[in-house]
Design a protein around this ligand. Structure first.
Ligand code: UDP
Length: 242
């Protein structure tokens, strides 16, 4: 079942349900893509119809941030839980290793995907990583050819939002991939070059504050969170735009 939050239909799933949906998508002959929007991106999509369509056309839409879950509660249509993209990806590695599915890593600065792959293999020694490429390419064509040469089951697309969502939607049918997942800065997180917040901060939904302290340049982008919540409260009070 989808829950509408400011124009985006989120899948109301627990982590386990999200993983089971991913397994189903992997078993299907049709190519598919999964998005993991946080409130910043939902806020951008409120003014960008094309991006909204791309997000709503995804086969799986997971609530990446606490802001989205909070919005769902304010709107009285609570989501079961936050399913952070990076946690979802980490859990999925186990399934891929068990089912002998191949994984290709796309995105982040040169060298980061290699480092992330090493860390992933420490977590899941049986994992089959069949290729990787950094996210700083000009022409998509060359990268598409490299990915297609490997025809991976799963592609982690970590180009930052909204570039990764546009990439997945545009190339859904010219890539020989079963399931693509847009995962923002997750490769940096796996590689350990960008640390995640301590567990207590994640639990208190303060991961955004940790990132702000670590990367103050994100301040402008992060202002979208209070603006988003303001729009959500307005909607709750006055109705109107979904
Ligand atoms: N990135 C990329 N190509 C680009 C721009 C960004 O591969 O042209 C990568 C960047 O190196 C980082 C990720 O995309 O690994 C975006 O991370 P960020 O934390 O900004 O994204 P979020 O998770 O907040 O969407």
């Amino acid at each position: 079942m989808k829950i509408q939050i400011m124009g985006i239909g989120f899948d109301n799933v627990t982590m386990d349900e999200a993983l089971s949906r991913a397994s189903d998508l992997l078993a299907s002959p049709e190519p598919s893509y999964c998005v993991t929007p946080n409130s910043e991106i939902v806020y951008v999509a409120m003014e960008d119809e094309k991006l909204r369509d791309i997000l709503n056309s995804a086969d799986l839409v997971l609530p990446d941030g606490g802001g989205v879950v909070l919005a769902s509660r304010i709107l009285k249509t609570p989501l079961k839980q936050k399913v952070a993209g990076v946690d979802f990806a980490a859990e999925l590695l186990g399934i891929l290793a068990r089912e002998k599915k191949t994984l290709y890593l796309l995105g982040a600065k040169p060298g980061i995907a290699e480092l992330a792959a090493q860390k992933m293999l420490l977590l899941q020694p049986e994992l089959q990583i069949c290729g990787m490429h950094d996210g700083y390419f000009k022409e998509d064509r060359e990268v598409l050819d490299l990915i297609n040469a490997q025809a991976p089951d799963v592609l982690f697309v970590c180009l930052g939002a909204p570039r990764q969502e546009r990439f997945m939607s545009e190339h859904l049918h010219d890539l020989k991939v079963r399931l693509m997942i847009g995962l923002g800065g997750s490769l940096d997180s796996f590689a350990g070059t960008v640390k995640r917040a301590p567990k207590w901060m994640i639990r208190l939904n303060l991961e955004w504050l940790y990132r702000l302290i670590k990367e103050p340049r994100r301040f402008g982008r992060m202002l979208r969170l209070p603006k988003f919540l303001f729009a959500v409260i307005q909607k709750r009070l006055h109705g109107g735009r979904t």
